[in-house]
Design a protein around this ligand. Structure first.
Ligand code: F6R
Length: 606
């Protein structure tokens, strides 16, 4: 959620810290701050609002020092004000923190009784005060860190610098990722390797419970029992180049337009031109699997819902799909010979990660579809299926979603063949349709202007409905989510057949109803639902193909004919207009599309 950077160098670090935070700003952007040590003394600079505010402040009030930590925040405890911004410090330590210290109230009471004065509403300040308390008791920074970590409940990652210790940068990980970067005579800490990419490509990851002390002459990693351990240093392929918007207005727009390329890249990573699968080898046979359990959050969970239709129809494999935050606490019984598939762009979403840990404990084979191959989920899984979407910076997921669908459809087809439910010929038909999807997406992208015009009619709306059937029902949910998260218009997704069981009462001339309905075997059913809505004055916005648009005719207030595709790949193609509609509505409203209010990209807290 929040982004953390730490640097121990021999050159001034303030600007480097801000540069690192810039690459992490997608993780949180309501306030930011840095702390450095100059001649052993702590200097701190913090600002409410986007990182630019901090960068401007840094121009006016320079901060020297060759060791420091930085943070970009997504508020959990306490409003996004300057006083709640990280780093939180005492005279002795400065701390940046990602995650939640669940027992902070109890710790705060205990520390207040010892006369520690708190200046913020955050849970993070208890870390700074507890470390100070131990230092005042005569413990070394290392002893203080080891003792403090044993007192915290919750999932977190922290970075710490200590007054008077120019040669010591410390970090810890429990539940939230933390990477160490190895440079030329300098070292780095990052809550995500992306932040460190311009500085180094040599990275190691802290494992669960690890804490680290970084000195000019090397790095010492301790495990949760404080024993010194070694963690492998690996080469990352992450680009150090600035990730920019190119010719586009927003990252989201750029990412929508990247889809033909990244979908083709992802597809050709798993299927050869002769239609042979190059999917990673599984530790089981598809026909031996009793059930597939799919777990994810948000948009990724809607990709999982689409996959349920695919696996059930193409492979006749029973599938359960669950929202990770429910799954993890429901602790459902999982069948013998079951496999669990987690889907995540970041590979760090706290709830999905916890669900993955649970599934492994229940002796499930763990598969992961992730966009960050070095992520915690990827490292936990038995088999990883990377999506080749490249870094997704816009908070609203677009290209990660469609590339997840590509991988999931490939897997469902592979399972279909292996379980004897699909012939080679049927499989090839689907793979061929998938191969053609990038070209069809380009056709839809060329209609951008038309959707931009439509979006203008959404600007004054307070509510919208999205309807779909079959594998397009999850896309209706995704369409509604996209619209609400960036345009702040309340939207709901429904299976079209459910309308008359309640939601139809909402219909009036002010309610746009977006219908996603290719002319497939379910079309006539949806067409009846359209008539029912239209008869009650509802305004139908129809995304279909030529045949469907012609069939609905004037019953639709607005319609667009997409290229005609087989039903298996429609959920991928129909995602494009849905994304464009949300994007242009948010843009027309003047919203911050890439950094919508209250959100952050990577949800590493529960
Ligand atoms: C919505 C969106 C979120 C994420 C969700 C899971 O546009 O991006 O709903 O899909 O937070 O994130 P990952 O995929 O990183 O696990």
């Amino acid at each position: 959620m929040c982004g953390i950077v730490g640097i121990l160098a021999k050159r001034p670090v303030a600007d480097l810290l801000v540069d690192g935070l810039r690459r992490l700003e997608y993780r949180g952007y309501d306030s930011a701050g840095i702390a450095t040590l100059t001649d052993g003394k702590l200097g701190i600079l913090r600002a409410e609002g986007k990182l630019n505010k901090l960068a401007e402040k840094l121009k006016r009030e320079t901060l020297s020092g060759t060791i420091g930590i930085g943070h970009t925040r997504w508020a959990t405890h306490g409003k996004p004000t300057e006083s709640n911004a990280h780093p939180h410090a005492t005279d002795l330590v400065a701390v940046v923190h990602n995650g939640i210290i669940e027992n902070y109230k109890q710790l705060r009471r205990e520390l207040e009784l010892k006369n520690h004065a708190f200046k913020s509403e955050t849970d993070t300040e208890t870390i700074a005060c507890l470390l100070s308390d131990y230092l005042q008791q005569g413990k070394t920074p290392q002893q203080a860190m080891a003792a403090a970590l044993k007192r915290f409940d919750g999932a977190f990652a922290i970075g710490v610098v200590f007054a008077g210790h120019n040669d010591l940068l410390m970090g810890a990980r429990r539940g939230s990722p933390m990477a160490i970067g190895y440079g030329d005579g300098e070292y780095y800490l990052g809550s995500d390797a992306l932040a460190l990419a311009p500085l180094t490509d040599r990275i190691s990851y802290l494992e669960e419970g690890d804490w680290v002390e970084i000195h000019h002459d090397g790095v010492i990693i301790h495990d949760e029992t404080d024993k010194v351990v070694k963690r492998k240093i690996c080469q990352t392929a992450l680009s150090g180049k600035t990730i920019d918007k190119g010719e586009y207005r927003h990252f989201m727009q750029k990412e929508i337009f990247e889809q033909p390329t990244v979908i083709a890249d992802t597809f050709s990573n798993y299927v050869t031109s002769e239609n042979t699968f190059t999917l990673p080898k599984l530790p089981f046979k598809w026909k031996d699997i009793s059930r597939l359990t799919i777990v994810a959050c948000g948009t990724a969970s809607y990709a999982g819902m689409v996959a349920k239709y695919w696996f059930e129809q193409l492979a006749r494999l029973p599938v359960e799909i669950d929202i990770a935050s429910e799954f993890r606490y429901r602790e459902p019984p999982l069948p013998a010979n079951g496999a669990t598939l987690v889907i995540s762009q970041s590979g760090e979403t706290a709830d999905t990660l916890a669900a993955a840990v649970y599934a492994k404990k229940q002796k499930q084979y763990l598969l992961a579809v992730v966009n960050v191959p070095q992520s915690s989920m990827a490292r936990l899984a038995d088999v990883v299926f990377p999506t080749l979407a490249g870094p997704e910076i816009g908070v609203a997921s677009t290209k990660a979603y469609t590339t997840q669908l590509v991988v999931l459809l490939c897997l469902a087809v592979e399972a279909g063949i292996a379980r004897g439910n699909l012939t080679q010929q049927q499989a090839e038909k689907i793979l061929q349709a998938l191969r053609e999807i990038p070209a069809h997406i380009n056709e839809v992208l060329r209609e951008e202007e038309k959707i931009c015009e439509l979006a203008k009619s959404f600007v004054d709306k307070n509510h919208a409905l999205y309807l779909g059937r079959g594998a397009l029902y999850p896309l209706a949910l995704e369409g509604a989510l996209k619209l609400k998260e960036i345009s702040y218009i309340h939207a709901e997704g429904y299976p079209a057949g459910e309308m008359k069981h309640g939601p139809i009462a909402l219909i009036d001339e002010n309610m746009p109803i977006v219908v996603l309905s290719p002319h497939d075997r379910l079309f006539e059913k949806t067409a009846s639902n359209i008539q029912e809505v239209s008869a009650r004055g509802g305004k139908i916005i129809l995304f279909s193909d030529k045949k469907g648009v012609a069939a609905i005719g004037a019953a639709a207030f607005w319609s667009m004919a997409l290229p005609s595709v087989i039903m298996e790949v429609a959920p991928i193609l129909y995602a494009i207009p849905v994304q464009l509609l949300a994007y242009y509505t948010a843009f027309a409203k003047g919203n911050d599309v890439d950094q919508p209010r209250n959100l952050a990209k990577s949800v590493t807290v529960e």
